[in-house]
Design a protein around this ligand. Structure first.
Ligand code: TTP
Ligand code: MG
Length: 395
């Protein structure tokens, strides 16, 4: 391992109850009260977030507003005002820019800062983080939680551990003791699906994960397994990427046994396309090119792409192109792997395709599905076709 990479000084900053705190700041009547941001309580929407006072009643992000009201009838429900929060986000970023150009924004309220090169000027990462936190409080009347560590993975964990108004430094010698007791779900990127796979292997904590060798983890979880092996040891060499531009998003799956049957392959494509679509929407991106990849038992691999008439983030559009590509391959022999990826990405607001008149409903449905999946996990909602397959398999 390159030792210099471990000497980085990374700060992760995440605002506390961001949308709700901005609302409380701008309306003193709301201070100290349970506030839920998301819309009217009788609407069918979900909470974007809520104040810490509301969290005492068990209200959380992505919870249906009706459920939030049931838990706390006297909570104050407010609509989401993205332009306002974006403006505050820009103000926060202007503070960051006084300390380093290496800023990687993750969302409106969260960013990584690499301050390694700024230490000579400002003293230490701790001093920089403290100053940023104080300025956010003084200049913007908001609180942020900060984590300071030698890498992104640890800095993010650190900022979350003492929320709200947290300030946590993880020193090199404290890394393992900090990590060991944490449940694997706390690892950034371990979603409900991976967590379930790990639990099945009897891996509950990061310490359990550390006891697994890299090869077994890779066998069970693919490339992600290898990454987990290193994260469990607090090793993460990912740099802070200021102008991070995602070039492509993809998912692939290796079958337990080689497959040729079109309908079964399409079922896998549906699952993969849905996942790719969701990743696009999560990052507010749209794609114009869909690529299908298949790998044969001798490991030879074939990829085919198609470009769409307009950018999309809809599962069904990705799925139908992937199916077309599969058709065109005219497979004669079974394959061991299938993958779907999208390229040619844009973050600009594009009009949804004109060739699909019912897109409006599809978009709404897709958003609802995303919300439910965020809340209940990857397997909570699936297309009827996937369920049918599961039932068929169980017979
Ligand atoms: P978070 O940082 O996850 O949450 P938060 O800032 O409200 O609270 P915490 O103190 O735990 O950090 O998300 C930042 C903002 O993003 C949040 O204020 C609202 C929005 N958001 C959604 O709209 N939907 C979601 O499901 C989540 C998690 C966040
Ligand atoms: Mg936050």
């Amino acid at each position: 391992m390159d030792n210099s990479l471990q000497q980085r000084q990374i700060i992760h900053i995440d605002m506390d109850a961001f949308y709700a705190s901005v609302e409380q700041r701008d309306n003193p009547d709301l201070k100290g009260k349970p506030v839920v941001v998301g819309g009217k309580p009788h609407s069918r929407g979900v909470a974007s977030t809520c104040s810490y006072e509301a969290r005492k009643y068990g209200i959380r992000s992505a919870m249906p507003l009706a459920e939030a009201r049931r838990r706390c009838p006297h909570a104050i429900f407010l609509p989401v005002d993205i332009p306002k929060y974006s403006q505050v986000s820009q103000q926060i970023h202007r503070i960051f820019e006084d300390y380093t150009p290496l800023i990687e924004p993750i969302s409106l309220d969260e960013a990584f800062l690499d301050v390694t090169a700024s230490l000579r000027l400002f003293g230490s990462a701790r001093m920089i983080a403290l100053e940023i936190k104080n300025r956010i409080k003084k200049e913007l009347a908001l609180t942020a939680s900060v984590g300071i560590a030698p890498n992104k993975f640890l800095a993010k964990l650190a900022s979350d551990i003492q929320k709200p108004d947290g300030f946590v430094v993880i020193k090199e010698e404290e890394i393992q003791a900090f990590l060991d007791p944490l449940p694997v779900e706390r690892i950034w990127g371990v979603g409900p699906k991976t967590a379930e796979q790990l639990h099945q292997l009897n891996i509950k904590t990061i310490k359990d994960l550390k006891n697994m060798d890299e090869f077994s983890l890779q066998t069970h979880l693919g490339a992600a397994g290898s990454q987990l092996f290193y994260l469990a040891r607090g090793i993460d060499n990912r740099p802070v990427e200021p102008d991070r531009e995602i070039k492509s998003i993809g998912r692939e799956t290796t079958f337990p046994e080689d497959l040729l049957e079109q309908e079964v392959l399409q079922t896998f494509l549906l699952d993969l396309s849905a996942d790719v679509g969701r990743k696009l929407r999560k990052r507010s991106l749209k794609a114009k090119t869909v690529t299908l990849k298949v790998r044969f038992p001798d490991f030879s691999t074939v990829s085919r792409s198609k470009t769409l008439e307009s950018h999309t983030d809809l599962d069904k559009v990705i799925f139908s192109k992937a199916c077309l590509l599969l058709d065109e391959l005219r497979l004669k022999r079974p394959i061991r792997l299938i993958g779907v990826s999208v390229h040619n990405l844009t973050s600009e607001e594009t009009q949804h395709s004109l060739f699909e008149p019912d897109d409006g409903d599809k978009i709404k449905l897709t958003k609802t599905i995303d919300t439910i999946k965020e809340r209940f996990g990857e397997n909570s909602i699936t297309f009827a076709r996937l369920i049918k397959k599961e039932l068929k398999d169980k017979k």
